[in-house]
Design a protein around this ligand. Structure first.
Ligand code: FES
Length: 506
């Protein structure tokens, strides 16, 4: 039986119960904590301080933190595992906003603000003190619309064919209003909430704003109502001032929404001078590629393999999931989240398992298990031939999309100098194994796990770290949506990209 540890997070006053041995990184990521170096123990950006209880000092802690800091209880959150009850202070939430110190400059102003990452699956909401930039309270929740379909297409189907747009619109507005009221109460602050900034994919934007989603139900999947939407607190009836401005940032095109626009802001992609990309690996893989001039954006249906769905023993990255697989002396060694018996495998474990299978010769470059049978991983968890196929479909969609976009700019994928990976999956995936399976065929040092760039970008707008109007005015004419589904070469390249490299890339 797994025993739990109580972990109190300050300054939020939030209490979590985590299994013994659980990685804090996984638990804190959900609250919008950033891991600027992708949790590799290199940047100190994820520091926390132990106020009560005990967190073992790791080798990376010793390397990055001074003896004085260690003695004062500072540890790297990305390296820490829970071994008893704890009270922790998250440095990032005290010291204003972003993990990347170079972008911390913001314009203080009175009042409170709220940043919302409105995802198809989950919502992340942060209440901020606009005078200090401190995060005062955080809430995450499953998107209440999920009862009407897990993915974007089923929500659109419900809206269009079952007359459900109004229902979805009401559900999400009510849910976000409720979360904001909860955050206000939790933070117990008197100041008014003066601004709310929301980001999300195009369907989330249209549904929240009460705009027509029909164009997303059929080719060419382009809506002409993607502009920024502004509401007042009075219109929404939320617990913000009546004059508070509630802004849903503009979408980029097709299914590529303001969450990716926020990602461009958070990664500084609009200013780069060399060929760079931002990839959000999800059911809808979203890709931005720029050479410093044009900014191409596209989405590609990768399927849910990266989220552990449609995999025979797939699951989300939760307790019991195999999240890492390595090879030791010719055998597979699996790391299970929370310790204990494996119950299934999540996306990062899947990428690892296939990479290890390729290395051991248990899986061929065409994706077939050499034995013709499922590959046993640990306990009862195994990898069926069709699971490998699902990963190939996801990988093929992303790499084909990326390749065609890079080619449109006159380059080959090998010319990419920097690839930012957005989202939780981007933080956990092994870059070496993503390279081994050909998903991200770049040297690991060129891949930058960028965390929740959607929430980060929303906070940057809220805190005026950038003048959003000027930023958007400059960026907008450079943005081109690439409808990959209409590209006659897409299918051919997709099939080509489904295979795995026969050997480790040098
Ligand atoms: S040290 Fe960089 S995220 Fe932990």
């Amino acid at each position: 039986m797994v025993s739990g540890s109580t972990v109190q997070l300050l300054p939020l006053g939030r209490t979590l119960v985590l299994p013994q041995g659980a990685a804090l990184r996984e638990a804190l990521f959900e609250f919008g904590v950033e891991f600027p170096c992708g949790g590799r123990g290199r940047c100190k950006g994820c520091r926390l301080r132990v106020l009560a209880g005990d967190l073992a000092i790791t080798a990376d802690d010793r390397q990055r933190l001074s003896p004085v800091e260690l003695a004062a209880g500072w540890r790297l959150a990305c390296q820490a595992r829970v071994s008893g009850d704890l009270t922790l202070e998250i440095a990032q939430w005290e010291a204003a906003v972003l993990g990347d110190q170079s972008r911390i400059t913001f314009q203080p102003r009175p009042g409170l603000g709220v940043a919302v990452d409105l995802g198809t699956t989950t919502l992340a909401v942060q209440l901020l003190d606009l005078a200090t930039g401190n995060v005062l309270a955080v809430a995450t929740a499953m998107n209440a619309q999920a009862v009407h379909g897990a993915d974007v297409m089923s929500r659109i189907h419900f809206a269009v064919h079952e007359n459900g747009a109004g229902r979805l619109h009401d559900l999400i507005r009510r849910q976000i209003g409720g979360l904001i009221a909860g955050l206000r109460q939790e933070a117990a602050r008197d100041e008014a909430i003066v601004e709310v900034v929301l980001v999300g994919n195009t369907a989330m934007q249209l549904l929240f704003c009460g705009r027509d989603v029909h164009p997303l139900a059929q080719a060419p999947f382009e809506s002409d109502e993607l502009d920024e939407a502004c509401f007042t607190g009075a219109e929404l009836g939320w617990s913000v001032t009546a004059e508070a401005v509630v802004r849903f940032l503009p979408s980029l095109g097709g299914f590529v929404g303001s969450d990716l626009l926020a990602g461009i802001l958070a990664t500084g992609l609009a200013e780069v001078k060399s060929l760079s990309a931002l990839i959000d690996l999800g059911t809808n893989g979203e890709i931005i590629v720029t050479n410093g001039g044009r900014v191409l954006c596209a989405s590609t249906a990768a399927g849910p393999a990266f989220e552990g769905a449609r995999i025979s023993m797939g699951m989300r990255a939760a307790t019991g999931a195999i999240s890492e697989v390595t090879v030791r002396e010719g055998s597979l060694v699996c790391r299970v989240l929370g310790g204990g018996e494996p119950r299934g495998i999540c996306g990062s474990g899947l990428v690892d398992a296939v990479a290890c299978g390729l290395e051991l010769g248990w899986i061929t470059s065409t994706g077939r298990p050499a034995s013709g049978e499922a590959v046993l991983l640990a306990g009862d968890v195994e990898l069926a031939p069709r699971d490998i196929r699902e990963l190939q479909l996801a990988k093929g969609a992303i790499t084909a999309g990326l390749r065609l976009m890079v080619e449109q700019l006159g380059f080959t994928p090998g010319a990419l100098e920097r690839v930012h990976l957005a989202g939780a999956f981007g933080n956990y995936i092994s870059r070496a194994n993503a390279r081994r399976i050909g998903l991200l065929p770049f040297p690991p040092e060129q891949i930058e796990p960028a965390g929740n760039t959607a929430l980060l970008g929303a906070k940057m707008v809220l805190l005026r770290t950038v003048d959003f109007s000027t930023f958007w005015e400059e960026l907008r004419p450079r943005v081109e949506h690439v409808p990959l589904n209409e590209d006659p070469r897409f299918h051919e390249v997709y099939v080509e990209e489904m295979g795995f490299p026969s050997q480790r890339l040098s």
